[in-house]
Write a protein that binds this ligand. Structure first.
Ligand code: ZN
Length: 199
């Protein structure tokens, strides 16, 4: 890529680090961006900077939020006896969109994967175990994905939680194997939630 200016080369390199963006798309995006008015490019750069600097993890459930605690954890209308464990904030959003779940969440930010070298200490598991010290918690619904990693995480979690005397349940089958929660329609999600079984 030596025939491009070094500034464009840097931009292409940075863009090609994004998930799903190969060298070809990165090059196309870079040339698109430098042909835009200055304000357009500035707006994108500002949005990236502001989101990165301003977004943090909720001190309770670890989802991404703008403040100390997310609106769900801060709400007095939520049922604090149930915690649904999901892999990422997009899964949380999928369940919230159904409007039928009124408990709290816990976002792991990943799943255990021995193949990828991701162990229990690489996800927000310790934070979940801390929350379970609270006597209000009666049920943990494990809603990790139906992938190998999601199932491994579910099995690990239930083994950890069972001795605490808290009911542990797993969302029902119905979510296709390898299925990503966010790409599943609301009816399927509700069915999976309502058909959950105790572990
Ligand atoms: Zn929260």
């Amino acid at each position: 890529m030596d025939y491009y200016s070094s500034k464009i080369r840097t931009l292409i390199e940075e863009l090609s680090r994004l998930p799903g963006i190969g060298a070809k798309s990165a090059t196309r995006m870079a040339f698109h961006l430098i042909n835009q008015p200055q304000e357009t490019a500035d707006r994108l750069a500002d949005a990236i900077r502001d989101a990165r600097a301003g977004v943090r993890l909720c001190r309770t459930c670890c989802t991404v939020t703008d403040g100390e605690e997310c609106p769900i954890c801060a709400s007095t209308a939520r049922d604090r006896s149930t915690i649904m464990v999901v892999e990422n904030p997009r899964d949380l959003a999928a369940y919230e969109k159904t409007g039928r779940y009124n408990g709290l969440y816990h976002v792991l930010h990943g799943a255990i994967s021995p193949a990828l070298g991701i162990g229990p200490s690489d996800i927000k598991l310790k934070e979940l175990m801390m929350r379970l010290q609270d006597e209000q918690v009666k049920e943990v619904i494990i809603a990790t994905n139906s992938t190998l990693e999601g199932e491994t995480t579910a099995a690990y979690l239930s083994k950890l939680i069972r001795p605490l005397g808290i009911l542990t349940s797993r969302i029902a089958n119905g979510i296709p194997v390898g299925g990503d929660l966010e790409s599943i329609d609301e009816v399927t999600l509700l069915r999976a939630l309502e058909g959950r079984r105790a572990l």
